[in-house]
Design a protein around this ligand. Sequence first.
Ligand code: SAH
Length: 350
Amino acid sequence: MNPLRSIIADQIRRFGPMSVAEYMTLALLHPQHGYYTQNDPFGAGGDFVTAPEISQMFGEMLALSLIQTWRNQDIKGPFILAELGPGRGTLMADILRVARKAPDFASAARIWLVEASPVLKTRQKAALAGADLHWAESVSDLPEGPLFLIANEFFDALPIHQFQKTDTGWQERMIGLKDAHFAFGLGAEIPEMTSANGARPGDIRETRPAANGIIGDISKRISRFGGAGFVIDYGGSASFGDTFQAVARHEKVDPLLDPGRADLTAHVDFGALQQAAQDVACSALTPQGVFLERLGMTSRARALAQNLKGAALENHIAAHRRLTHPDEMGSLFKVLGLYPQAVAAPYGLE
Ligand code: SAH
């Protein structure tokens, strides 16, 4: 029995088919049964593994870029060091460990975590014990001030809408019920999608209004107060086709089968994020592997390897490869930097 399945089915019976965005929101964040609200899905024994969970080097490299970028802007006084969707808190813990070697940066940083899941907030509290932490429900609740922000695999979890080209126009892809199972169908006709010139009947386009709103908010703060944003995620410069997917226990599964028990994501359309950014500069969209190598990850990997042997050494070498190699996360994952127009791009994203 999946209680969330019954709740969603009941809503569809009462109100009709729902958008993919509404389904994603319920599946991930339903207050009692949502995937993130009730689970800690990370790690080898969980559903999926993220870059900070693969190796401490990921957070260490990001910390180097954050600290250098903060120094370059010569920001005086306190600033906000924010993370969106911090998961287990591993990435922020790695950053704060490096920041101990830059006490001026560490003492000016006010740490803000934007997290929707109570279970993960508890994990973050434990992972970051000893740090002075603040939580916010959304970016708009962050205080004003210079903003240094990181988001790793956060935007891919934000709800998407899907639209399908038909012979006559565009229709939103909706989720309804067919023989008591969830099934895709098409909703009402919508006005022409200007971003989708050249689409042919059957083609699918995805939009993510929530992400555009968040990028708009972040970019206005960075433009006004200084700082930088690092968006790291899987995706590319556009989103064509159906990229809505579910993962459970490290395998792709049917996203409509078991809501609340699988992670739901879709590719991040970095082109749309760049368009949503206002009054800031956007860095080149940089492959994760290139970004990490530019920051010196290979030398760091060698230094750490000196103290390792046997299986630990093998794991460490595999982790380096996994984060940087083009056949693994190195090119599928991208880094986009947002920064004030008058300053240099963040270190590693120039
Ligand atoms: N950054 C972490 C976790 C990525 S998973 C890592 O790299 O390991 C996505 C994270 O975003 C989880 O912490 C999830 O609870 C959070 N999240 C998803 N949707 C959210 C929303 N709308 N508002 C706030 N947090 C959200």
